[in-house]
Design a protein around this ligand. Structure first.
Ligand code: MG
Length: 203
């Protein structure tokens, strides 16, 4: 399986990092070794200083497809999860300034936190889901999937022009505003609506 991620998909997050508005979805990938499952702790690596949380809704692909039309994209996923796209922000800034790929800052071991999945049928509208991240019992990020620049269906249509989607592939759909640094002993809890999706420690 592969992990595809969308960057710059919420306006307020673009503004907080002084990034440019995209004219098409920004795509990057993580290897499966990036997954951090089952509320295991996130161990801060020693190759950078500033690791940021980015809470994101994650889509799991349920059938193979290429060049999927946006109007059919809803058939390609049944389940959603909540994840964190951990980012070594200082390292990413260095790489961006040199025009180099982001993988070292985005795709390292443990950088893709993933909760268990919930059926999309639980929601009236997948583009109207509230989600949030609490750090040490204080809400630091709040989002609603209605604020995505590119909807889930548009994302699936776009990425499948380049990458054949396969069963079990994951798409991280971008983070809302409020990204910030994590420190040892932080406790991170993620919620979709009022349901807790993950709860783990930073070590
Ligand atoms: Mg992200």
């Amino acid at each position: 399986m592969k992990i595809l991620c969308i960057g710059r998909n919420y306006v307020k997050h673009i503004e907080e990092l002084n990034n440019q508005m995209p004219t098409e979805p920004v795509i990057f990938a993580k290897p499966d070794s990036a997954l951090l499952l089952k509320n295991k702790p996130f161990f801060i690596p020693d190759f950078a200083k500033e690791f940021h949380h980015e809470v994101e809704v994650v889509v799991k692909i349920n059938r193979i497809g290429k060049n999927i039309g946006a109007q059919f994209a809803h058939r390609y996923y049944d389940e959603l999860a909540l994840g964190i796209d951990f980012t070594a922000r200082d390292l990413q800034s260095q790489l961006k300034s040199k025009g180099l790929p982001w993988e070292k800052a985005k795709a390292f071991d443990g950088s893709a936190v993933l909760s268990s999945f919930v059926s999309k049928e639980k929601f009236d509208d997948v583009q109207s889901i509230n989600f949030r991240l609490d750090k040490n019992n204080e809400t630091v990020q709040e989002g609603n999937t209605g604020h995505m620049i590119y909807s889930i269906d548009q994302i699936i249509a776009h990425v499948s022009q380049y990458f054949t989607l396969k069963i079990g592939d994951l798409i991280y759909t971008g983070t809302p505003a409020g990204v910030g640094q994590v420190a040892i002993n932080d406790r991170l809890k993620g919620y979709i609506e009022d349901e807790i999706m993950f709860d783990f420690l930073v070590k």
